[in-house]
Ligand binder design. Sequence first.
Ligand SMILES: CC(C)(COP(=O)(O)OP(=O)(O)OC[C@H]1O[C@@H](n2cnc3c(N)ncnc32)[C@H](O)[C@@H]1OP(=O)(O)O)[C@@H](O)C(=O)NCCC(=O)NCCS
Length: 154
Amino acid sequence: MTTSKISLTSLEIQPASLLDLGSVHQIEQVCFGQDSWPLPDLIAVLTLPNVVRLKAVIDGRIVGFVAGDQRGKTDIGWIATLAVLPAYQRQGIGRALLNACEEKLRSPRIRLCVRTDNLIAIHLYHQEGYRTIDLWPNYYKDGASALVLEKIRP
Ligand SMILES: CC(C)(COP(=O)(O)OP(=O)(O)OC[C@H]1O[C@@H](n2cnc3c(N)ncnc32)[C@H](O)[C@@H]1OP(=O)(O)O)[C@@H](O)C(=O)NCCC(=O)NCCS
């Protein structure tokens, strides 16, 4: 695995499919540990209709993943997951995936949940215009709480 700075000119954001299950599963496990989604949830997110699922590809390798969906009949889109392999982080890939998913969701409001102790992700979301609208106590397996963040798009 490379740790050197990669060239973002080789970054491609592409639709993901069930064929990417293995790579997405690995990314989820590495990035989320005990909070990672079980396989059935990943299969669902890679197959259900009306889900935006995008992968970040560098030199043919899947290094990041984002998924989002429109819930019910609301005008609110939710970013369900966003992750980049550690060796590829801090190079703009997470932001690129987030922005691409927001574009595809086309919702005026976009929401997401993030652990209160995930300061790196919270920093990214604040930079991208998300603001805290709620706190869900005990949301994660270890009892950590989730911040609910919302972005209102112009
Ligand atoms: C959150 C995550 C997706 C960001 O991906 P990334 O590719 O590193 O993000 P980017 O390179 O686009 O960085 C965008 C911003 O994220 C924040 N950020 C990223 N790494 C950071 C770090 N080590 N320290 C502080 N802020 C950091 C910064 O705000 C950064 O902007 P800047 O470089 O202009 O300061 C990635 O860290 C990750 O996969 N984490 C594990 C999974 C996770 O927590 N997902 C979010 C769940 S809600």
